[in-house]
Write a protein that binds this ligand. Structure first.
Ligand SMILES: Cc1ncc(COP(=O)(O)O)c(C=O)c1O
Length: 382
């Protein structure tokens, strides 16, 4: 357990005895690749997120790639993504040889601004990837109104268990993609999940994650006709999740709502204390949203703060408190800036978020005193 005197990491997964016990079954059964544990994890995830299909994959980047392929994104197509997101969102578009089209964010939510999407839609727009950044759902309802008929892939990497107007993330658009990296609320080490209500997308994704095979290894193994080989009518990938990860995922998923409720209470400690810091703005949660609190991200107003954002981060680090920038503005990263000839201020809010955002530690391995310690360190900073 982390105490105020010890170092507080930016994130720390909460795994232990139950996850350890869950690993025994696949380890002793010898079924380690995608099998019954992955199938059960998928069933439970689909149930929890209110969708017909959940398909487990090796990570969220793979999930995004397969989601775009299922929609039919290819060379010549355009895909709109927020400029402020983790680089994986953008890379999934480039894996399909399609053209990345960035749109700026709303600085109050860090999520893609539907009005900015409207300016970027062309006849070539094949899909939109709104990101539920830091666990807050993007405004999918507004995006659907602005872009009727254009498929929406939710990048819900950070948003397992989050919701908009009581509809779970992953059920809001056409396809949802989730990450189980240890910085997320629930983890399987590496891992990802794809959700959809569309049977055709689900069928294609199912095949694409397993080399394009028409039937899974498990069904082949248990079938009565050992000579049957799968049909391969498409070029697929090995993006499978292992049953070891599936077993851990089942245990973690059962804790998801408890984790989020606890994170909500922790976020309230920060949101109660930090408004007394005049140069820091705390995250806002519009009404109707259930935040997943993957991260608690504030903005530093350097015109009022005694130190720059980076100096504040260094100061906190010296006190044993780990922080990070929220994420990065992808249009400012070398490869993307060069490829599309972009300048930092082409997307002013993403630029601002890149320069002045600060993620404070918030995870289920922290205790009440840790939050008080972080808040007091900021309040006393002069
Ligand atoms: C917004 C977003 N999209 C995609 C990803 C990629 O997830 P993974 O590491 O599971 O591939 C991440 C990971 O941090 C993310 O934050």
């Amino acid at each position: 357990m982390v105490t105020a005197q010890r170092k507080i990491p930016i994130a720390a997964p909460l795994t232990g005895q139950e996850e350890w016990e869950a690993l025994k079954e696949p380890v002793f059964s010898g079924w380690l690749t995608q099998g019954p544990k992955v199938a059960e994890f998928e069933r439970l995830f689909a149930e929890r997120h209110g969708v017909k299909h959940a398909i487990a994959v090796s990570n969220c980047t793979a999930a995004l790639h397969l989601a775009l392929l299922a929609i039919g994104v290819r060379e010549g197509d355009e895909v709109i993504v927020p400029a402020f997101t983790w680089v994986a969102t953008a890379n999934s578009v480039l894996y399909c040889n399609a053209t990345l089209v960035f749109a700026d964010i709303d600085i109050s939510t860090f999520n893609i601004n539907p009005d900015e999407i409207a300016k970027k839609i062309t006849k070539k727009t094949k899909a939109i990837i709104p990101v539920h950044l830091f666990g807050l759902c993007a405004d999918i309802e507004a995006i659907k109104k602005i872009a009727p008929g254009i498929p929406i892939v939710e990048d819900g990497a950070c948003a397992a268990g989050a919701a908009l107007n009581n509809k779970p993330a992953g059920s809001l658009g056409d396809i949802g993609c989730f990450s189980f990296h240890p910085r997320k609320s629930i983890t399987t080490g590496e891992g990802g999940m794809i959700t959809t209500n569309n049977d055709k997308y689900a069928d294609t994704i199912n095949k694409l994650r397993n080399h394009g095979a028409s039937i899974s290894e498990e069904s082949r193994h248990h079938g009565p006709k050992p000579y049957i080989l799968p049909a391969f009518d498409m070029v697929g990938y090995n993006y499978r999740m292992t049953d070891l990860q599936g077993a851990v995922g089942i245990v973690q998923l059962k804790k998801l709502d408890r984790f989020i409720e606890e994170r909500q209470k922790f976020a309230e400690i920060y949101t109660g204390e930090l408004p007394s810091v005049p140069w820091l703005s705390v995250p806002s949660v519009p009404s109707g949203y259930r935040h997943g609190w993957q991260s608690y991200v504030c903005m530093v107003d350097e015109t009022k703060s005694p130190k720059s954002r980076n100096e504040i981060m260094e100061f906190l680090e010296q006190k044993g408190i780990s922080t990070r920038p929220g994420t990065h503005a992808v249009h400012m990263l070398g490869y993307y800036a060069g490829k599309y000839k972009l300048k930092p201020l082409d997307f002013p809010n993403s630029f601002k978020a890149n320069e002045y955002s600060i993620a404070l530690p918030l995870h289920n391995n922290m205790v009440h005193e840790d939050f008080k310690h972080v808040a007091q360190s900021l309040i006393k900073l002069v």
